[in-house]
Design a protein around this ligand. Structure first.
Ligand code: CS2
Ligand code: MG
Length: 402
């Protein structure tokens, strides 16, 4: 069997997506996601200019060998651009293999570990009252787990707050928007939000919160401690994780569960955090870390230390990543939760898929492969539009982590 052609499709049905399509001499094709929010064209070029020429003529059945070829063979390892390109190839090849086998992908991975995948949605609002209402709407839709983010008085354009409740899209402008951040105000505010949420809805639902890399370890520990009475499912990305050791300090002070990893690219980014049991959930997903082949290794390492998965699932991960992640989640023994930010109807039309939401759970379909396709004619109607993620500045103008 041979790869006969491969091409990159860049489309913007409401937001940008980069998709790889690999064709074979058996008439079977596979689809992979290569989207890197705000830096899309770098991955498109990496694939078109440097990966696709090597793929032509290769045997698509040799997924592991092609993974190693692209990872080791580049000499320049790791990084978000490289690993997204590797992920796109890997996912397209698993799609091809599962289609050839006539099986949904989760069957090839080892079969079902669960009937359905628990997801969390994003509730947000301009203030506590609106956010409490938004959480209520998610509860009414059947969600068992809800992330809550709110505008903070005195902070311009707080992280995680959008115009609508169902769709949140931070990559919102042709040049980066400037947003605000204030640690003191946030530390004072976030516990009040969760106190109100527990007072209103009780303790039956899982509640989550994202710190989006803004706190120091000491501040993160303080917030974790203050939130303990409200029993969060997790606190996410409390401090930048380049220094994995920093999580030890947070851990020493709080029992609030910790999640991290949406910006990790390889097992090396998570190794110390996992082996030292400094986190409870690993957030890395398919497109972020080299596809199914590598994410499986991260999950297996995590399973030795009772760390569970919590795959990133924001709107910048295309339906191809969501569909593949759902097969992964359906199989992976140490599953924790799956993030689910809904795509717009325009995006769903460009990427026909067979997964569906019901009563707080996502269900992957039974179509052979990962179950997501791309309508290339429709995709062509939505040309690429430059869109950046925001930056964050403190009140004195200093740049902070967005
Ligand atoms: C966020 C993301 O989903 C999350 O937890 O941290 O929305 C993140 O900001 C985006 O994926 C950035 O592209
Ligand atoms: Mg996050």
């Amino acid at each position: 069997m041979k790869i006969t052609a491969a091409r990159v499709i860049v489309t913007c049905p409401g937001r940008n997506f980069v998709t790889l399509k690999i064709e074979t001499d058996q008439g079977v094709y596979g689809i992979g996601d290569a989207t890197l929010n705000g830096r899309e064209l770098a991955v498109a070029s990496y694939l078109t200019d440097h990966v696709i020429p090597c793929l032509i003529g290769m045997d698509p059945q040799r997924i592991e060998d092609i993974w190693q070829y692209l990872y080791r063979g580049a000499y320049w390892r790791r990084g978000p651009v490289t690993m997204r390109a590797v992920a796109a190839v890997d996912v397209a090849l698993w799609d091809i293999k599962a289609k050839m086998a006539g099986m949904p992908l989760y069957q090839l991975l080892g079969g079902r570990s669960r009937d359905a995948v628990m997801v969390y949605g994003h509730a947000n609002g301009a203030d506590i009252e609106q956010t409490v209402d938004a959480v209520g709407q998610y509860i009414d839709m059947g969600y068992k787990a809800i992330r809550a983010q709110s505008g903070v008085p005195g902070v311009e354009k707080a992280y995680g707050v959008s115009g609508g409740t169902l769709h949140y899209e931070p990559a919102d402008a042709a040049l980066p928007t400037v947003t605000g951040w204030d640690t003191r105000k946030s530390l004072n505010f976030v516990p009040k939000l969760f106190e109100k949420l527990r007072d209103t809805y009780g303790f039956d639902h899982h509640l989550l919160h994202d710190g989006h890399h803004r706190y120091t370890p000491q501040e993160a520990a303080n917030l974790g401690k203050m939130l303990e009475p409200f029993q969060l499912f997790w606190l996410e990305d409390m401090t930048p994780a380049e220094n994995q050791e920093a999580f030890r300090l947070i851990r020493q002070h709080t029992v609030t569960p910790l999640a991290v990893g949406e910006i990790f690219n390889t097992i090396w980014d998570a190794k110390d955090l996992i082996q030292n049991q400094l986190i409870d959930y690993i957030r890395t997903t398919i497109v972020g870390a080299g596809g199914v082949t590598h994410l499986r290794r991260i999950a297996d390492l995590a399973s030795l230390y009772q760390v569970r998965t919590g795959c990133h699932g924001a709107t910048d991960l295309s339906p191809v990543t969501m569909g593949t992640a759902l097969h992964f989640d359906t199989w992976v023994p140490n599953f924790g939760i799956q993030e689910y930010m809904r795509h717009t109807d325009e995006t769903d039309a460009v990427f026909p898929h067979d997964y569906h939401f019901h009563d707080g759970y996502l269900h992957c379909g039974e179509t052979p492969g990962h179950g997501v396709d791309i309508d290339e004619d429709l995709a062509a109607r939505y040309p690429y539009k430059p869109a950046y993620l925001p930056v964050a500045r403190l009140a004195d103008g200093q740049l902070w982590n967005w």
